[in-house]
Design a protein around this ligand. Structure first.
Ligand code: PSU
Ligand code: MN
Length: 299
């Protein structure tokens, strides 16, 4: 079995039962955000976790080693070129000694679980893609949340995905989806997708109690946190951008793991950088909420 290497700080915190929040590295790599905004996002997320009273644990594969918690002088390695590493890629990244594997949500949730870390923060999760009934494209993020005992904190998922089907899938595989002081599943840049979540929670203690009472040894929880009101983007304008990005993806014949990075890139270009501040704000906000939850889980 995989045995991730923990930083000393993360190992000590886990051993003492102190709060830790895992962070993915894909969002901070060139696959997730353009430079130099990726570095700003990383800084803001790290600070938000520490301000919230938890230890941040960045996940990644570096020189063929699966890591949970990086040293400061290693941060720049995940900001540069990296290979996308989903959960299924982790064993390969180790076996083939990938220089830099940027962990997606699925890989990060898996590494967090193996490290004994119970809370994980990201921007947005992957999900069921539009047209999945033809392509079968369903993000491994969903399966990972179903099979690892970790709380994932995200601003929902981007609306280029099929959000109603994403929620149906999570229901089928038994993942509780908790709206954070909110009744709707958020659509990343906007607070509401129009699809209600199954349950609403008001506090970190409630989330910790949900995790503590799960029905399987290994199953997770999704906390859906809406983007702060002030940072929200315009829904109608975004719809047009997303539709064009998906059409471009189709026309370019992009399939498989390349779909999400391609669509994210197109959204970034089309919104001419206006989406970036929103992305940074929500990622930072999620990291803060995750820290609060990690504190409650440790209590
Ligand atoms: N959605 C975003 N930003 C991201 C991702 C998704 O808004 O950076 C990344 C995350 O790492 C997520 C991955 O786990 O894409 C999902 O990829 P796929 O759809 O190939 O499963
Ligand atoms: Mn896919």
């Amino acid at each position: 079995m995989i045995r991730p290497v923990l930083s000393n700080e993360v190992a000590d915190a886990v051993a003492d039962g102190r709060p830790v929040v895992a962070l993915e590295s894909t969002i901070f790599s060139h696959l997730g955000l353009p430079s130099p905004h990726n570095a700003a996002a990383l800084d803001r997320c790290l600070t938000a976790v520490r301000t919230g009273g938890a230890v941040p644990a960045i996940t990644a594969v570096l020189d063929g080693v699966a890591r949970v918690g990086l040293e400061r002088d290693e941060h720049e390695r995940i900001l540069g070129p990296a290979r996308k590493a989903a959960e299924r890629d982790l064993p390969v990244a180790i076996a083939q000694r990938w220089e830099v594997g940027a962990t997606t949500v699925s890989a990060s949730v898996a590494l967090a679980a193996h490290a004994g870390v119970r809370v994980f923060a990201t921007g947005g999760i992957g999900g069921v893609h539009r047209g999945a009934e033809i392509t079968g494209d369903i993000s491994a993020d969903l399966d990972a949340m179903a099979h690892h005992p970790v709380v994932t904190v995200s601003a929902g998922a981007k609306a280029f995905l099929d959000l109603p089907r994403t929620l149906e899938y999570l229901e089928t595989v038994g993942v509780p989806v908790l709206g954070w002081r909110h009744d709707d599943f958020p659509a990343f840049y906007t607070r509401s997708s129009g699809v209600p979540v199954a349950h609403r929670v008001e506090s970190a203690a409630e989330v910790a109690a949900v995790l503590a009472n799960r029905t399987r040894d290994r199953s997770g929880v999704l906390v859906a946190v809406p983007i702060p009101e002030a940072d929200q983007l315009d829904a109608d304008e975004l719809d047009a951008v997303l539709a064009r990005a998906l059409a471009d993806c189709d026309a370019a014949g992009i399939v498989g793991a390349a779909v999400t990075p391609f669509v994210l890139g197109r959204i970034g270009e089309a919104t001419d950088g206006r989406s970036v501040p929103a992305n940074l704000a929500l990622a930072e906000h999620n990291a803060g909420v995750a820290a609060e939850i990690a504190v409650a889980v440790s209590a």
